[in-house]
Write a protein that binds this ligand. Structure first.
Ligand SMILES: Nc1nc2c(c(=O)[nH]1)N[C@H]1C(S)=C(S)[C@@H](COP(=O)(O)O)O[C@H]1N2
Ligand SMILES: [Mo]
Length: 426
């Protein structure tokens, strides 16, 4: 009986086993190089590549505050915090904005830098032994002539919230030290990946689909990992994945993958390959560093070989307030924020303004919907001056509530614990 790979965890476990036994094919990285990487990783505790090319504590070399890290759009300091080649959305700047994250404040996560891709000469090449015949190319015009779908979905980095492993749980992690702003909700318009794959002649024998970006090759620890790419099981690829060419009603901007990117609902941000140039459709299992050494859970809480590759994002909440904000005593203000989950709509949000002693239900301003977030608010009148913390805790339709502590992993992925947001009352 053929394996059912439409089940995500089954898929991942199967690929992982196959990969560990050398039975999945490397998509472009020499096995020797991968082993070399693993050796470096073992010595260093991990690669330091997790969701970013920079170590948590060390600022990226040559990139000072406000310096242009290869991102095209303006990055004013009130809207963004620059972290290496990436720009984190300042959550406070979302206050008063709508359900969608405006493009001028949508986070950017670049392994290298934003390439300028010409729409006129751009082609999407679909190829591989999982197709009935030879490669098929799609121009931008052809892609736009296919039946279009529109969806509102968040894209969130697997490492969003990573810095709280160290600041809140005292546990070291590697990777970009995001607070909670490595997420944005966009309204995407595009073609269905499934339509494109069918037009290209995908066969029943196809197993994995590997989209690859047109940005520069990634070099880490002296090893060229090649272009950013991460295999998707064909079941997910044929299910709900978009090839998006519009974001919030505008042509997809360069920093967010223009002219065309993948949008993979619910899955970690790395799945949503930007500037997609080609897609391999394979009859064999594929692996790349982005589903073997990176984007898996390593450390004492996880299997010795690491967890299965990450698929779905988790559950989080954030205040639309600076960390360490100063607020006046005896004055009533509206605390606002957002909560989101990849598993099911967020159904309840509770807020504590006394460091976690008492909890109140927040008022929800969006009807709970899969793929988006809910905005919420709760009034607060601080009664005593001094340092305190405000906390927000969400529950989703699966019955899950954010825990007090997130399960540590060396690369700091999937932080889901309630964040103690420091505030000073004066
Ligand atoms: N080609 C390419 N695709 C990519 C990346 C990249 O560096 N290159 N970064 C990935 C990661 S880690 C994330 S979190 C999302 C970020 O999307 P955004 O920059 O539009 O917010 O894009 C993903 N797609
Ligand atoms: Mo990411």
């Amino acid at each position: 009986m053929p394996l059912d790979l439409s089940d995500e965890s089954h898929y991942d476990r199967t690929r992982l086993r196959q990969w560990a036994r050398g039975r999945a094919r490397s998509a472009g990285v020499d096995r020797r190089d991968l082993l070399k990487l693993f050796a470096v990783g073992a010595a260093a505790g991990s690669l330091g590549l997790a969701g970013g090319g920079t170590a948590a504590a060390a600022p990226a070399l040559g990139v000072g505050a406000g310096a242009a890290p290869g991102i095209v759009k303006p990055l004013p300091p009130d809207l963004f915090t620059i972290r290496g080649t990436n720009a984190e959305t300042n959550f406070a700047s979302l206050r008063g904005t709508g359900h969608l994250t405006p493009i001028d404040r949508f986070f950017v996560r670049n392994h290298t830098s934003t390439p300028r891709v010409d729409v006129g000469t751009w082609r999407l090449k679909v190829w591989g032994d999982g197709l009935a015949a030879g490669p098929v190319e799609f121009s931008y015009e052809r892609l736009r002539s296919l039946r279009a779908v529109e969806r509102t979905l968040f894209i969130e980095c697997a490492g969003n919230g990573r810095s709280f492993y160290s600041t809140q749980q005292g546990q070291p992690v590697t990777g970009t030290a995001w607070t909670l702003g490595a997420i944005g909700v966009g309204h995407w318009r595009g073609a269905r990946l499934s339509d494109v794959l069918r037009l290209a002649g995908v066969t029943r024998g196809a197993v994995d689909v590997l989209p690859r970006g047109l940005d520069d090759e990634v070099v880490a620890n002296g090893v060229n990992l090649g272009r950013v790419r991460r295999p998707l099981p064909v079941a997910k690829a044929l299910d709900d994945v978009l090839l998006a060419y519009e974001m919030n009603g505008r042509p997809l901007p360069p920093d967010h993958g223009g002219p065309v990117r993948l949008v993979v609902p619910d899955w970690v941000g790395i799945s949503s390959i930007k500037w997609v140039g080609d897609i391999e459709v394979s009859g064999e299992a594929l692996y790349s560093p982005w589903n073997t050494d990176m984007y898996r859970l390593f450390g004492p809480n996880h299997p010795a070989q690491g967890s299965a590759p990450l698929t779905r994002q988790t559950l989080k909440s954030a205040f639309e307030l600076e960390l360490g904000a100063t607020v006046p005593v005896h004055r009533t203000r509206l605390l606002t924020g957002r909560s989101w989950s990849a598993a099911a709509p967020v159904t309840r949000v509770e807020v504590s303004t006394d460091g976690g002693g008492h909890w109140r239900r927040a008022r929800l301003h969006d009807s709970p919907r899969r793929g988006g977030w809910v905005r919420w608010s709760v009034p607060w009148t601080p009664r005593t001056a001094g340092a305190t913390a405000v906390l927000a805790r969400a529950s989703d339709g699966t019955g899950r509530t954010q825990p007090e502590t997130a399960v540590h992993n060396t690369q700091g992925y999937l932080f889901d614990a309630v964040v103690r947001h420091p505030v000073t009352v004066v």
